[in-house]
Write a protein that binds this ligand. Sequence first.
Ligand SMILES: Cc1ncc(COP(=O)(O)O)c(C=O)c1O
Length: 285
Amino acid sequence: FSTPGCPVIIPTPAYMPFLLVPQMHGRDLIELPAVRDPDGRAALDLAGLTTVLDRVGSAVLVLCNPHNPLGTVATREGLVALSEVAGRYDVRVFADEIHAPITYGDRSHVPYATVSPVAAGHAITAMSASKAWNVPGLKCAQLITSNPVDEEHWREIGFFSSVGTGNLGMVAAVAAYRDDGGWFADVLEYLDGSRRLLADLVSEHLPGVRFTSPEATFLAWLDCRELAIEEPLGAFFRSEAGVALTDGLACGQVGAGHVRLNFATPRPILRDVVQQMGEAIRRHS
Ligand SMILES: Cc1ncc(COP(=O)(O)O)c(C=O)c1O
């Protein structure tokens, strides 16, 4: 779905493999750091994207929505604006929507390919039951085409991926989407409670750490730049607090001074995690 030499634009911070896979396929990688929207939330830098596209002309853009690691959910207006920019240039949008079911409150996920015919014409969408129903080990992602040309192309190239899918994964995906009997609704309620608890725990135990409660996902993006800890933060919290986090730098240059915390864990463990991080910070200062 892209030609050799076509650069891949990755909005950052990003899910870590997005920063590794393009180069494995001989594609140049362009990091596009997030900007703040008028409400102070991190957002895609459309002006920056236009500047990059003026230079490179044609590109693949990886749109992760809901966003790992920021936990943001794009609005329909934001997606329409993106599709207009992408449509003006020769852009293929790879929409990774794997976290789509995990949104909180009144934020709901809008599939990119549905916002306009232009978007449907250049989108390839990836989904999986693996995040919401916790079945990544069963290996059954879904690739969704949204126009006849891509559908035909997938028929030509998709054979090995399609037959490589595990049968158990297919059965699990159907069961998750169709017959989960309310299991995921309970999980979402629990995660939402943990998300709120995490906000309280961070303000109680992690002074100086900035945290914007996510609108989606089970991931928290913690801004630790005020802590002035020199060594890589992931290594610091692992050795000093016994807590395994993702170092923000693995999510791109803009992730320096941040960590990504997965809060999909029982609440007693989440309490220990944040308390131990707080103790490590206090011992350090
Ligand atoms: C945005 C995103 N895409 C893809 C994946 C990979 O999914 P899986 O674990 O099912 O291979 C993940 C996993 O964390 C993810 O967050």
